[in-house]
Design a binder for this molecule. Sequence first.
Ligand SMILES: *[C@@H]1O[C@H](CO)[C@@H](O)[C@H](O)[C@H]1NC(C)=O
Length: 356
Amino acid sequence: MKPKLFLFFLFLTINTYFLPSQSVVTSTIPQQFREAPKFYNSPECPNNNFKADDSDNNHNNDVVCWNEAIHLAMTLDAAYIRGSMAAVLSILQHASCPQNVFFHFVASASADASALRDTISASFPDLIFQIYPFRDSAVAGLISTSIRSALDCPLNYARSYLADLLPPCVRRVVYLDSDLVLVDDIAKLSGTPLPGDKVLAAPEYCNANFTSYFTPTFWSNPSLSLTFANRRACYFNTGVMVIDLDRWRGGDYTKQIEEWMELQKRMRIYELGSLPPFLLVFAGNIAAVDHRWNQHGLGGDNFRGLCRALHPGPVSLLHWSGKGKPWARLDAGRPCPLDALWAPYDLLKPPFSFDS
Ligand SMILES: *[C@@H]1O[C@H](CO)[C@@H](O)[C@H](O)[C@H]1NC(C)=O
């Protein structure tokens, strides 16, 4: 080893041992992410003339109300941030107009918002985004324990509150889970038709056993089960939704969801967490999102090591729904074959890497 190079490594070693590692970010978000490439609008895009500038939030008010913006909502927390970062990268990479996508991140009010903001900005310096604090306490009292405790995280319920959280000028939003990547243009998903008075669009699965999402208590009580009378109710996935926020606000659907949650606290009418209230309010009355936008179940089941294959048909979005997550399996050295499709979007810095 050349002396200069040796000194360089010695310096790095000393640096690593004696300097406090990085900023406040590391204390709440234990991971370090690299910077994503920059993505530009294609010439056909409506031009927003806005520049990301995190020192000033006013520009966001202009962009957020710009009627050509594509609005996207996701939750953000320390546990799933690696998935969220990969999702954001995948959206930008496949968008025809990446600079026109406005990201609305909902984070727990008790989370370190500045650490989350710093992490996002460091990887995506030009991203146009806003972080909304979600008061866990507002919903915590409404959550009853479900079978899978991971589903009881208050932030899971944030999707029911988007109409209140986002500014009134935002009239349509795409909500996405953090365990997915897009391989197609978000504008196409966002443009899903919502005919008539439809409030939301989601991937529907009419072959799923709808009965099984609710308890015998629910089905044996006509005043409850009648809610599905005259509706061709099908299961749908709430991890990929297009929501008309104007219609949502007009129908006060947040209130309707909360009323079912209140009832669930008094008598067990379903087993899972945030999904059944959505089914109760909307099932049978939604617009369908093409299944290509939810190649789901890639997380596998609760059985460790079970890998899923793609469903037949085209792929615009890969969704690792289920218990297994690709980052955890990759870290454990036991990835499923399709986890290789998630890996290119992983922005996590390899441990002990020395680049900036
Ligand atoms: C659907 O689920 C219910 C309740 O879990 C069960 O009793 C019923 O047999 C299932 N139906 C089918 C067709 O699998």
